[in-house]
Ligand binder design. Structure first.
Ligand code: SAH
Length: 354
């Protein structure tokens, strides 16, 4: 990694205070922010409102780079796309883009953002878990990934990204500082200007970090990957969860809701004969009853290497009906992008097979 400073990782005020140290006028900071964030410049050479001399001073201490687009897949029905991106050190990540149209969704375009180049949490059903040797993305890398997705979304005929879900590769709570920074950059009105309410962060459930996130007092949504309503099953499915008993996790989620006023979304992927029985629905209902929760049921996505099978449609519907007997709101998520392996849990570090 370069010892130089990534200009895309810096806020407007950080850029402004950096300028005099490099011998540039402070107002250049605003211009550079515009290039780095709004215009997604790929290099310092592109900053045409800076003199060659200023570009040189900047390049001596800093850099601007975009990931290389290795591959772009588009689902047959066009509602989902996936990018394989290569970062400066050769690490690769995947990023999904989902297009929603129609009256209700007001042409929403959602980017599923990766925060690490793999994941150490070890969830048994997830493709990303195969890459335990991984590193955190920097805020600048997270932003540049979103910019690449925005560009691709426009090339595919949309007006660009409107929503972000931090639900790609990695566990955002293990990279909290860079996740926060990236949200601030992407939310900046002079950057991509994506509203906080249009951003969600998903976690497999680290209570301490959830509380830290609550204290940001931002308007972003929190999603918790629950997948089981009792500790024993959850531990089997999500080994890292063994360290965080459900009661501790739910207390942190309640704290998030109290601090931010945002309703917490619980994700529950339905795996055939594992967590999809009527008793499981009842214990989930009891666990979340009266918490003001939204439950997102996800028909599981099959992964050849794990042996987990998705529940059939009728089981999913029945599970949902049983849950609606409790004081919770239930949605069945329409999975997209399975034909290009872009659905939940299908993102991975692709190397040889591309
Ligand atoms: N590490 C974070 C962010 C990843 S989000 C988290 O766990 O929340 C990816 C979502 O897809 C998570 O809810 C994850 O549990 C879910 N997922 C993983 N594998 C899946 C599969 N095979 N089918 C359906 N959902 C899956």
């Amino acid at each position: 990694m370069s010892a130089k400073t990534d200009l895309r990782s810096l806020s407007r005020s950080e850029l402004k205070s950096l300028m005099p140290k490099l011998g540039l006028a402070a107002f250049r900071g605003e211009q550079i922010f515009d290039w780095a964030q709004k215009r997604a410049a790929a290099s310092i050479n592109e900053l045409t409102n800076l003199s060659a001399a200023d570009q040189k001073k900047l390049a001596a201490a800093c850099y601007l780079a975009l990931p290389v687009l290795i591959k772009k897949d588009v689902a047959a029905n066009g509602d989902t796309a996936k990018l394989l991106l290569e970062l400066a050190d050769g690490e690769r990540i995947e990023t999904a883009i989902m297009f929603y149209s129609g009256k209700d969704s007001r042409d929403r375009v959602t980017c599923c953002v990766s925060t690490q180049t793999g994941c150490v949490m070890g969830c048994k059903f997830c493709a990303t878990a195969q890459y335990q040797k991984c590193r955190n993305l920097t805020a600048g890398e997270i932003v540049s990934q979103v910019q690449m997705a925005d560009k691709a979304a426009k090339e595919l005929g949309s007006k660009g990204l409107t929503n972000l879900v931090y639900m790609g590769m990695g566990e955002p709570m293990l990279n909290l500082a860079q996740v926060k920074k990236s949200i601030e950059l992407l939310n900046d009105e002079r950057g991509l200007n994506i509203g906080q309410r249009k951003i969600a962060v998903s976690t497999c459930g680290l209570p301490k970090q959830i509380r830290q996130m609550a204290d940001w007092k931002m308007q972003i949504h929190l999603a918790i990957s629950l997948h089981a309503a009792n500790d024993e099953l959850r531990r089997n499915l999500m080994p890292a969860a063994a360290r965080y008993p459900l009661q501790e996790l739910l207390a942190a989620a309640d704290y998030y809701q109290a601090q931010t006023g945002r309703r917490v979304c619980y994700e529950y992927a339905l795996f055939k004969d594992i967590n999809d029985r009527p008793e499981a629905a009842r214990s989930l209902g009891k666990l979340l009853d009266g918490r003001g929760a939204l439950i997102n049921l996800i028909p599981a996505n099959p992964l050849p290497e794990t042996g987990f099978m998705p529940s059939d449609d009728e089981t999913v519907k029945h599970f949902s009906r049983l849950l609606s007997l409790y004081n919770v709101e239930v949605q069945i998520r329409q999975e997209r992008g399975r034909d290009i392996n872009a659905a939940c849990g299908q993102l991975r570090k692709r190397t040889l097979e591309v």
